[in-house]
Design a protein around this ligand. Structure first.
Ligand code: SAH
Length: 370
């Protein structure tokens, strides 16, 4: 066992990278008791103390060790935009110089924070502007929970973050460990204490990771479905070529079994003339028969050079009525923060693309992407 006075690497460890279990293991490795984890979480998240010297219930030698080897750092807000409807969008600078975006959506009685999981996105959903940015890297746990910390600080005690949705930039299930640790922190009684119903992870359908999630982390699940045939979904959400609708629905059924009365939210972007017909609605009803589901219809939010149009109000209402009549709770997502490009699929940040995607993809708009 290492002595607490024996530094490992200078200033190597960001303590925000650990959830409670991770912190306990870290302390045990230092020859400390696991309850130090709770003490440290209280200092950081409840007392908002970052200076180790002030953490008076830790021994002097442990404080010295932490000072020499650890730090506490969040990404920094570099731009704040406030929409006319009160939605706020922040651009956060990461240590590597890229920027990710976080959005706060105030509603009657609740405040939802939309959190990013990656710098850019490695998937290539044709209707999403984050996809056009390419991909740089996964965010660390500290950078994910850091979005909640800086947002809550900025909002002040009057505006509480009551819900978190992992629906910002990136595919959260392709950054599994860091996202799960950050969600554990959001739900920890010594940090933000959000209930599992108020933390939602949204996935485009990374099926093996969905199975893993079901085993290790009980949070609400949203699935970006958008199409009811493999043929169309292969095109709109290309990860479908790897994991078909059949496999996706199986993973959903398995997740729904975790808890009684659990429902899965299916997100369905409304694209004019692409996926909004009566036949599509009927296909959706049939597909979701075996899964306890809610549907969230998302009016398509355009972005520069996007190749789609949003379905008409009439088409959206017709679609919604068909689903409701079939007994599926269906809501239409209110578009929020449109005037600051904070709506679904409009988050772009500043991404130095390492995937060289732009070399592989034809410019959108040069032909119809569908
Ligand atoms: N990668 C995850 C998390 C992103 S969540 C996922 O795919 O679920 C963002 C949600 O907004 C997803 O449902 C996504 O499909 C949807 N979306 C993306 N671009 C959009 C756009 N231009 N208009 C409306 N919704 C969009």
């Amino acid at each position: 066992m290492k002595s607490v006075l024996e530094p490992v690497k200078p200033k190597a460890i960001n303590l925000l990278d650990f959830d409670r279990k991770g912190l306990a293991a870290f302390f045990v490795e230092l020859g400390e008791k696991p309850f130090r984890a709770t003490q440290l979480l209280k200092w950081i998240y409840q007392e908002e103390v970052e200076d180790f010297d002030l953490m008076t219930n830790l021994s002097k030698s442990l404080r010295v060790y932490l000072k020499e080897n650890c730090y506490i750092a969040t990404p920094e807000i570099v731009i704040e935009q406030i929409a006319t409807d009160g939605t706020r969008k922040w651009a956060l600078q990461t240590s590597c110089g890229n920027r990710v975006e976080t959005v706060f959506i105030p509603e009657e009685g609740r405040g939802t924070l939309c959190v990013s999981s990656q710098i850019g996105c490695a998937l290539a959903c044709t209707f999403c502007s984050t996809a056009q940015q390419g991909f740089n890297r996964n965010l660390t746990t500290a950078e994910i929970i850091g979005q909640v910390i800086v947002a809550q600080k900025r909002l002040g005690p009057e505006k509480k973050i009551t819900n978190v949705v992992m629906m910002g930039m990136g595919e959260p299930l392709l950054n599994f460990d860091n996202v799960v640790a950050a969600m554990n922190l959001m739900m920890d009684d010594f940090t933000f204490g959000l209930s599992k119903r108020r933390v939602t992870i949204s996935t485009s359908g990374v099926v093996p990771a969905m199975h893993r999630l079901t085993q290790v982390c009980d949070v609400s699940l949203a699935v970006s479905l958008h199409a009811v045939t493999d043929e169309l979904r292969d095109e709109l959400v290309p990860i479908n070529k790897k994991y078909s609708l059949k496999e996706l629905m199986e993973a959903c059924r398995e997740n729904a079994k975790i808890a009684p009365r659990r429902t899965i939210t299916f997100e369905y972007v409304m694209l004019d003339g692409i996926n909004d017909s009566v036949q599509d609605a009927r296909g959706l009803i049939k597909l979701l028969k075996s899964v306890p589901s809610k549907i969230n219809l998302i009016p398509f939010n355009p972005f520069p050079n996007s190749a789609y149009r949003c379905s008409s109000k009439e088409a959206i209402n017709r679609f919604k009525t068909l689903l409701n009549d079939a007994g599926i709770v269906t809501t239409v997502r209110k578009t929020r923060g449109e005037d600051i490009d904070a709506a679904c699929g409009q988050l772009v940040g500043q991404v130095e693309d390492k995937s060289r995607r732009h070399l592989k993809i034809k410019p959108v708009g040069s032909e119809h992407a569908a």
